[in-house]
Design a protein around this ligand. Structure first.
Ligand SMILES: *Cc1c(COP(=O)(O)O)cnc(C)c1O
Length: 963
């Protein structure tokens, strides 16, 4: 009996851990034998320097089963009170079309993909992102749009950065923000300006022209709801050679003249209310559009149309030479992870509803605002403005009573303005809701009939949108927005695009530094629970108790895991975490009278976001060399630290290094920096090699970001969302981001925000919470150990065929390895690009190419891949090596071989012409395993140069569809 019970318990305890970890116990022993060690422990002892090994186990609790975890989390979630939100201010309730909810947001085919760096196996999400850009262009009236930024407020901060780069008012150092811009946007832009050393002037919109500025930002409609003709404001700004930026509400743009048509240079905003839940603040996609003339200055990724080898239209990320991974500190921004999944949802929302459907939704929202206004005015209630789209602001001396009645009925208004409250109606508003609003504001027995007022509004029309601002041009005329309005059609369209993309539900994606591990279904389930999905980020705190409990638990676990003292969950990506961490360092130095400390040391192997973020914090970058083993060159580090000692702010260092080894000198590096009065920023992207085994705090660093979308199981979403929390030691804690609308406990009042919402992308935090809960202290440590076992096994097997660039102690690697393709390239002329593309024919996504070393592949299998899958990958690599050897031996010429023609599409191998040196079957099915699970790239190799020379960033013209 007791024996049976303990078996049961054992089975339960192992339940999730053994599902998350790919290799079975038998496979683990096979791998250990190959590595000639007798236990996992022995391998870890050989690999991880003893000096950094944690002495104490983690204390995040015992592993819990999926069932237990979800049942407990449900009880926590139910402590959230889901009120009807009329708060507005950039976040609105929306009806997520169910077909999009299930087939995109809840579908691993969409959410487990990576950023489309391998475009031949990513045409689906690239098409959807092109729809997002086309939608942005149509609605904003501008020429060029990006494929999503992190949120509206950071997009506004990026607009300021663009304005500074392109404005001809070169002497001006001030940026103007109208005082009726959303509060959180003023906050985030001010934080950014302070770091850049720009002056921020907040004032009445009309005052912009009275200042010496390089740019200005207006909100359209304003945060309190007014619809103002901004034509003259824009012209005034431009008369000063400054850049006019407009933050716009996406839904209003269906009825209002496009800001671009009113002359705006930049238009940005949130696409949240296009079918993405509010989620207590995020994640949502921001849109961003500007003039063609500023294309080299545009922040974030742009999807562009190019041609493939056979001349077919093919999509890929355009003009990457503007981005941080190429230009580092000269890049336009530090944006790496963006909001692809949410941009796709918003784009599908537009595809699903089409221009007429969207217009109807917008008109209905506007009609409700008219009805509400009409009733209130009839009862003598004073409205602040005479124009509106969806938001009415009431000037009231009985505000407190009204708010109390609203709360009693489970309704939230925006209350942060003195003596006023605002009501934003939305897609979800009904006639019954309007009656309820009358009851709340007027008290019951007001005698108003919504039906009667509606008839009246219908008969008399409305002047709440000024005639000069009524939109009269066609939008979304492209066939993609006019073809898929039945559920059958949209379902097939979503599926058609999904099928073009290789995601984790097809095969291993071994991208070094990106940690493409399992995103378990049980982790994903809570994010669409209404209790988490439907909260407004600025709702009263007592309505978000469930969120607070979950966030506090996650906070405490991350503190334990990182060895730091405090964590901020606000940053929306790793790069935003870097930026927040560097701000904390800068403010810390300032607080000690060390404002002059502004030099940031960065090893040459660093990820491109490191220098890009340091530049955003106005730091001076000094590069530290690496030695021939890939380690930081200690002599160079000492010399440079000595040289800049007086002005040393910090070092940014990745651990284990981007070269995939545990550097033995890491503690010494921390000591050297500290001796010179600097701080250590440890880039935590590689935490998957640390959790439970060592920690940044234990090693001696002061601050790190974590990529919850790498180590802690948030899926990559095809290029976002992400969460990049920072952990800090206590001396930096006072300098972490706060928020001007919702005070974040544990941070100082007055600290600026780095994201629009106080807890950033709160809605996806349950994913990491669930991962930690289900793994427990023991499981997390096992995950790290198995990541190391898998990486070392893979390295060992591949090293029989390829040189491995770097190794650490005892010839071991950490959780990833770098395969050097340069010697083969030298002999054969076959490039790393050819190998990456040929891997597609074998059904694999390429590992990280040419980072951190050109001509190499960096491979990270993670703990979630089984030995079987790793062996298939090795088989593909070995087979490819055989192909390269045939080129070297002359059996295949360098012009005619399966590598240079890779990837092969069905059209290519089934075409009538075939003059290749290899046969068709071999092109597509080079090893037997492929035939059983063939993934077909849908375009052949894409011509990047052609696409950048002929930049097209919206859906190709209708004509190209006719033939
Ligand atoms: C992924 C990564 C980053 C950037 O993180 P994002 O979330 O994409 O902004 C920074 N440093 C390293 C080493 C990384 O691998």
């Amino acid at each position: 009996m007791s024996n049976a019970k303990s078996l049961e318990e054992l089975e339960q305890k192992q339940d999730f851990i053994r599902r998350h970890i790919g290799p079975s116990p038998a496979q683990v022993s096979d791998m250990l034998s190959a590595l000639e060690v007798s236990s996992v422990q022995e391998l870890i002892d050989q690999t991880v320097p003893a000096s950094i090994r944690l002495e104490q186990p983690l204390t995040v609790g015992q592993s819990r089963t999926e069932v237990e975890t979800l049942s407990y989390l449900k009880s926590v979630a139910s402590k959230n009170k889901v009120f009807k939100s009329y708060i507005g201010q950039g976040y609105h309730p929306t009806n997520v079309p169910h077909v999009i909810l299930r087939n995109v947001l809840e579908n691993p085919g969409w959410y487990t993909a990576y950023t489309p760096y391998q475009p031949e196996i990513a045409q689906g999400r690239l098409e959807s992102l092109l729809n997002f850009q086309t939608m942005t262009l149509d609605l904003t009236g501008l020429d060029l749009a990006s494929a999503s930024l992190l949120d509206e407020s950071t997009a506004a901060a990026e607009a300021m950065g663009l304005a500074k780069r392109v404005s001809k008012a070169k002497k001006a150092n001030a940026f103007f923000i109208a005082d009726d811009v959303h509060t959180q946007t003023i906050d985030v832009v001010t934080t950014r300006a302070e770091q850049f050393g720009f002056e921020i002037i907040v004032g009445k919109a009309e005052d912009a022209v009275n200042h010496d500025i390089f740019g200005a930002l207006f909100q359209y409609p304003t945060t309190s709801g007014e619809v103002v003709d901004i034509t003259d404001l824009i012209a005034g700004v431009q008369s000063k050679k400054a850049i006019a930026c407009v933050a716009a509400d996406i839904m209003s743009l269906l009825l209002l003249k496009a800001p671009g048509k009113l002359g705006a240079d930049v238009v940005l905003g949130s696409a949240q209310r296009f079918g993405v839940p509010m989620g207590y603040g995020g994640p949502h996609a921001a849109f961003f559009a500007t003039r063609d003339a500023y294309k080299r200055s545009l922040p974030g990724r742009i999807i562009g149309v190019s041609k493939d080898r056979l001349g077919n239209d093919a999509l890929r990320m355009a003009m990457q030479t503007r981005e941080q991974h190429i230009r580092r500190d000269k890049a336009n921004s530090n944006i790496c992870t963006a909001q692809v999944l949410l941009a796709n949802m918003a784009a599908f929302y537009a595809v699903y509803h089409g221009p007429q459907g969207l217009k109807t939704i917008a008109q209905r929202i506007h009609r409700f605002a008219d009805i509400l206004a009409s009733g209130l005015k009839a009862k003598g209630i004073a409205l602040k403005h005479s124009t509106w789209f969806d938001t009415l602001t009431v000037v009231s001396d009985s505000k407190d009573d009204v708010i109390a009645r609203a709360i009693a009925k489970g309704v939230n208004f925006a209350t942060n303005l003195e003596g006023e409250y605002s009501i934003s109606v939305s897609e979800t508003t009904t006639r019954a809701d309007i009656t309820e609003l009358f009851d709340i504001i007027l008290g019951e027995g007001h005698g108003l009939s919504v039906d009667a007022i509606a008839a009246d509004v219908e008969a008399n029309g409305s002047e709440s949108i000024p005639a000069s601002l009524v939109r009269d041009d066609e939008v979304l005329t492209h066939p993609n927005f006019n073809s898929y309005h039945s559920e059958t059609d949209i379902l097939r369209y979503i599926k058609r695009l999904e099928s073009k993309d290789l995601s984790l539900n097809h095969s291993m994606i071994s991208l070094g530094s990106c940690t493409m591990k399992l995103n378990a279904t049980a982790e994903m389930i809570p994010i669409t629970w209404p209790e988490f999905a439907n909260l407004h980020p600025f709702c009263p705190l007592d309505q978000a108790e469930g969120y607070q409990i979950m966030i506090n638990e996650l906070h405490d676990w991350l503190v334990n895991i990182t060895g730091y003292d405090a964590v901020s969950l606000q940053p929306n990506s790793g790069a935003q975490g870097e930026y927040a961490g560097l701000i904390a360092i800068r403010k810390y130095h300032e607080s000690r009278g060390d404002a002059h400390r502004n030099v940031c040391l960065i090893p040459s192997s660093a990820h491109g976001t490191n220098p890009a973020s340091a530049q955003m914090a106005s730091m001076k970058i000094v590069v530290v060399n690496c030695d021939k083993n890939g380690n930081v060159d200690m002599a160079d580090l000492k010399a440079k630290a000595e040289e800049v000692s007086e002005n040393l702010s910090c070092i940014m260092i990745t651990y284990p290094s981007t070269h995939g080894v545990y550097e033995e000198t890491i503690r010494e590096i921390c000591d050297i920096i500290h001796e010179h009065g600097g701080q250590v920023y440890m880039d935590g992207a590689n935490m998957n090699a640390q959790v439970g085994v060592t920690s940044p705090g234990f090693i001696g660093s002061d601050v790190s970001h974590l990529n919850l979308h790498k180590t802690f199981c948030i899926p990559h979403g095809g290029g976002g969302p992400g969460v990049g929390p920072i952990g800090v030691k206590s001396h930096l804690a006072p300098f972490m981001p706060n928020h001007s609308v919702i005070n974040v406990p544990g941070t100082n009042i007055g600290n600026g925000a780095v994201s629009a919402a106080p807890y950033g992308s709160a809605a996806i935090l349950p994913i990491s919470w669930a991962y930690i809960t289900m793994m427990g202290s023991e499981g997390l440590k096992q995950a790290t150990e198995m990541a190391i076992v898998n990486a070392n096994y893979l390295t060992h097997e591949l090293s029989k065929h390829f040189p491995i660039l770097y190794r650490g102690r005892n010839n071991r690697v950490a959780h990833e390895c770098i395969v050097d393709l340069r010697p083969l390239k030298e002999l054969s002329g076959i490039t790393e690009m050819d190998v990456a593309k040929r891997l597609q024919d074998y059904g694999f996504h390429s590992p990280t190419m040419s980072f951190p070393v050109a001509g190499t592949l960096m491979i990270e299998p993670t703990e979630s891949e089984s030995k079987g899958e790793i062996d298939r990958f090795i088989e593909a690599m070995v087979s490819i090596k055989g192909e390269i050897e045939k080129v070297i031996s002359g059996e295949w010429s360098i012009e005619n071989n399966p590598l240079v023609f890779a990837p092969h599409t069905q059209g290519d191998v089934l075409g009538n012409e075939w003059d290749r040196a290899y046969d068709r079957f071999y092109a597509a099915f080079p090893v037997p395993a492929v035939a059983k699970n063939k993934f077909w790239p849908t375009v052949t190799r894409i011509d990047d140069v052609y696409g950048d020379r002929n930049l097209v960033c919206s859906c190709p013209a209708v004509e190209t569809y006719r033939d």
